[in-house]
Design a protein around this ligand. Structure first.
Ligand SMILES: NC(=O)c1ccc[n+]([C@@H]2O[C@H](COP(=O)([O-])OP(=O)(O)OC[C@H]3O[C@@H](n4cnc5c(N)ncnc54)[C@H](OP(=O)(O)O)[C@@H]3O)[C@@H](O)[C@H]2O)c1
Length: 236
């Protein structure tokens, strides 16, 4: 059985990835980690005719439960072939109003939870090889004044991914990092509340790139930070 663990499946880019993964039958079982059980069960219903799913209740702001959950997933499914770190959090603030709590929450969800998920899944994946994909952001590549916690956390995701690409290659584990530009989701609305979501990239478009990368069709591309961006013609 081919097994994929993912976060962020309840909305936006993660939801679109979950549905495309199921439609393309890239994995036999998708284990979904998150806290919004209503949204996660709703997406599972859409996926279940095509693949097996399971939902694992965790608030990634308290990532300590991750080792236990990964162990249980492995016990239930027998292997772990893919990990998709898609969940993300932001509370954009300029320096002087950025609290330690803001930094901690952003780093817990965006950096520490992915780190723990990678460490724990690699314990199993190193025997078989596999794929890991982390969602960073173009905000982690160039300065975004006013988004200190988010931008710096995404820069950490890019660096962590590149470091691990080298470190894990000996196990046949490929590590991808994607940095989407502006995409119409809840998180983007927090960052740019006045933007018209119909004028930017849609979650399904980002999901398509992610599903291509983690499919067996892709074999030559890890190690670089892959920017996902679409030129959209202005209206009128
Ligand atoms: N949209 C963009 O323009 C853009 C650009 C570059 C990168 N990204 C990245 O893309 C990824 C997906 O975000 P999105 O744009 O699709 O936004 P989204 O719809 O808001 O999705 C974010 C996901 O993260 C989950 N999450 C947040 N905090 C969590 C927590 N404490 N515990 C468990 N799950 C948590 C959310 O679940 P809940 O429902 O529980 O909150 C939600 O499913 C993120 O990593 C984001 O940084 C987005």
């Amino acid at each position: 059985m081919r097994v994929c663990i993912m976060t962020g499946a309840g909305s936006g880019i993660g939801r679109a990835v979950a549905i495309q993964l199921a439609e393309q039958k890239l994995y036999d079982h998708i284990a979904i980690l998150g806290r919004n059980l209503e949204a996660l069960n709703e997406v599972c219903k859409k996926m279940q005719p095509m693949v097996q799913t399971s939902v694992w209740d965790i608030d990634l702001n308290s990532p300590q439960k991750i080792p236990q959950i990964v162990e249980q997933i492995h016990e239930k499914c027998g292997s772990i072939d893919c990990l998709l770190n898609i969940a993300g959090y932001t509370d954009p603030q300029p320096l002087l109003t950025t609290s330690l709590e803001n930094m901690e929450m952003t780093y817990n969800v965006n950096v520490f939870a992915p780190f723990l998920l990678i460490r724990e899944t690699v314990k199993y994946m190193k025997k078989t090889g596999g794929k890991i994909l982390n969602v960073a952001s173009t905000a982690g590549m160039t300065p975004r004044p006013g988004w200190l916690s988010y931008s710096s956390s995404k820069a950490a995701v890019i660096s962590m991914s590149q470091t691990l690409t080298e470190e894990l290659s000996e196990y046949g584990i490929k590590v991808y990092c994607v940095s989407p530009g502006r995409c119409a989701t809840k998180l983007r609305q927090k960052l740019a509340p006045n933007e018209d979501p119909t004028t930017i990239m849609q979650p399904e478009e980002v999901a398509e790139v992610i599903c291509n990368l983690i499919s067996d069709r892709e074999n030559c591309l890890d190690g670089q930070n892959i920017v996902i961006r679409k030129q959209i013609k202005p209206k009128g």
